[in-house]
Ligand binder design. Sequence first.
Ligand SMILES: NC(=O)c1ccc[n+]([C@@H]2O[C@H](COP(=O)([O-])OP(=O)(O)OC[C@H]3O[C@@H](n4cnc5c(N)ncnc54)[C@H](OP(=O)(O)O)[C@@H]3O)[C@@H](O)[C@H]2O)c1
Length: 241
Amino acid sequence: MKDIAVVTGASGGIGRAVAKKIHEASAGALRLALHYHGNQERAEAVQAGIPDSFLIQADLSTSAGRQDLLASVLKAGAPYILVNNAGIDRPHEPALNVQESSFDQLVNVNLKSPLFLMRDFGKEMIRAEGGMIINISSVLAHKSLVGSAIYRASKAALEALTKQFAFELGPRGVRVNAVAPGFIETPMTALLEDDMKVQIRSEVALERFGSPEAVAAAVCHLIDNDYINGAVISVDGGMAL
Ligand SMILES: NC(=O)c1ccc[n+]([C@@H]2O[C@H](COP(=O)([O-])OP(=O)(O)OC[C@H]3O[C@@H](n4cnc5c(N)ncnc54)[C@H](OP(=O)(O)O)[C@@H]3O)[C@@H](O)[C@H]2O)c1
């Protein structure tokens, strides 16, 4: 059985590019497990472009969904790579209007899910004597934007967890790193108002949004370089400067 590379949120813009790039870079040595939540059509289109890949549907904001993901992967083989990419950026609420329900929604998907997937997939990787985990953070972990208080907190905490897991799992053969993208052309950013896009672009040193492929290239760099552990690589065109 081939080892498995798991990409959560592979039906989304960045997840699709990451899955494709890992497939190409591994030259077929790894089998891709493509996770999606609600968008089966987009997930099937991604699967059609990646030979030997398979789909797993799960709501990762719940413990049951995370267990389903793990069980489906283990049926197919040993997880060697986990990319915690699934994430949401809404609701957008100014700091004085944040709602508890929004906190639960954002934190469950953006923080609780990667935390417990790292715990459970990490154990499997240690059992298999090696593996790696890449978390997708955000430039907004490092920078203010009105409406992103909870999102920012969820990603900043994810970066802290990345370092903690890197510290504790490194001695056991598992590297843990993160990529912090800036604004990338995906379905998530397609929903932004035009004036918001203009404002964001003006804050990026390169004066443009990035491509999902640029994020995927950074993920593969972290996979390839066996001496990077606990790092967060920015792929943001200089937005956090
Ligand atoms: N785009 C950017 O500018 C940007 C910048 C910085 C960081 N990021 C981060 O990059 C990651 C991917 O973003 P993207 O732009 O590619 O977004 P996207 O196109 O909206 O994709 C989001 C993915 O997350 C999945 N998802 C949403 N809710 C879920 C849930 N409850 N359980 C499991 N999966 C769920 C979606 O699944 P379905 O579509 O199947 O429902 C989809 O595959 C996110 O973590 C995001 O925070 C993005």
